[in-house]
Design a protein around this ligand. Structure first.
Ligand SMILES: O=P(O)(O)OC[C@@H](O)[C@@H](O)c1c[nH]c2ccccc12
Length: 260
């Protein structure tokens, strides 16, 4: 069993118990549920911003604890002030030490798009994402069939959410492409064995149809890499650990952006 299999098995149990605790009706009563979302595209393509999707992540299965001393409100507002085009907030508890409350908090103190970073396998989580205040959901091709991607993406679009599809090879990209997606993210980290290579982004760039925004995800630690990725047509850069491993992640992002 790979770590990804374990995460998905755990997620199925989590979703089943969340459905029992909080009904669809209660989710739909949330103040966020009926709000207009921020446009991912508009913020990502805004030339006054950096294209960086800055992530709040305390822990990961590959690195263990990264930073459990900082507050989501301070870090995410610092990220936004440093020019983030969007924020990414982990809501998986068991493997990433995330909380749904982190997303609610990030939403309440920021006015830029927020991505719910989790392992989406069920329509319930899409409704929940909207009710927590997310603007973007992540769909991971490695754990979803094309039919599941279609269902989840259509539901998300019907709620005004933006959809980011994550792939890490050509086969996943080709089988998963769907008109209801807004952006394709190439994950430079293989979620099954954690090996990382930015080459994955360079290899897949030319295969991503022009109508989708292109995002490179993971293992970006050098502003020089962003310059290269831009030349290959990437519009977005998802960065977590490089910032979060510093005692002051917001300052780390400011220092990084100064070198762009
Ligand atoms: O911390 P990094 O190497 O900068 O990576 C950020 C982000 O890409 C990574 O957290 C991530 C990409 N896809 C995921 C799916 C689930 C959980 C986490 C992720």
């Amino acid at each position: 069993m790979t770590i990804l299999d374990k995460i998905v098995a755990n997620k199925k149990r989590e979703v089943a118990s969340a459905k029992k605790r909080t009904s669809y009706t209660v989710l739909e009563e949330s103040e966020h549920f009926h709000r207009d979302t921020y446009s991912f595209k508009e913020f990502l393509l805004d030339p006054s911003r950096t294209g960086i999707i800055a992530e709040f992540k305390r822990k990961s299965p590959s690195k263990g604890i990264i930073n459990d001393k900082v507050r989501v409100s301070a870090v995410t507002t610092d990220y936004a002030a440093a020019g983030a085009s969007a924020l990414s907030v982990l809501t998986d508890r068991n493997f990433f030490m995330g909380r749904k409350a982190d997303l609610v908090k990030a939403r309440s103190v920021n006015s830029i798009p927020v991505l719910r970073k989790d392992f989406m396998i069920d329509e319930y989580q899409v409704i929940e994402a909207k009710s927590l205040g997310a603007d973007i959901i992540l769909l991971i091709a490695a754990i979803l069939t094309p039919a599941e991607i279609d269902t989840l993406a259509k539901l998300a679009k019907s709620l005004g959410l933006n959809v980011l599809l994550e792939v890490h090879n050509l086969e996943e990209l080709e089988r998963s492409i769907n008109p209801n997606l807004d952006a394709i993210g190439v994950n430079n980290r293989n979620l099954a064995d954690f090996t990382v290579s930015v080459e994955t982004s360079y290899k897949l760039a030319k295969h991503i149809p022009a109508e989708f925004m292109k995002i490179s995800e993971s293992a970006i630690s050098d502003p020089e890499t962003i310059r290269h990725l831009k030349l290959e047509g990437f519009n977005g850069f998802l960065i977590g650990e490089t910032f979060m491993k510093q005692p002051d992640p917001g300052q780390a992002m400011r220092d990084f952006v100064a070198l762009l």
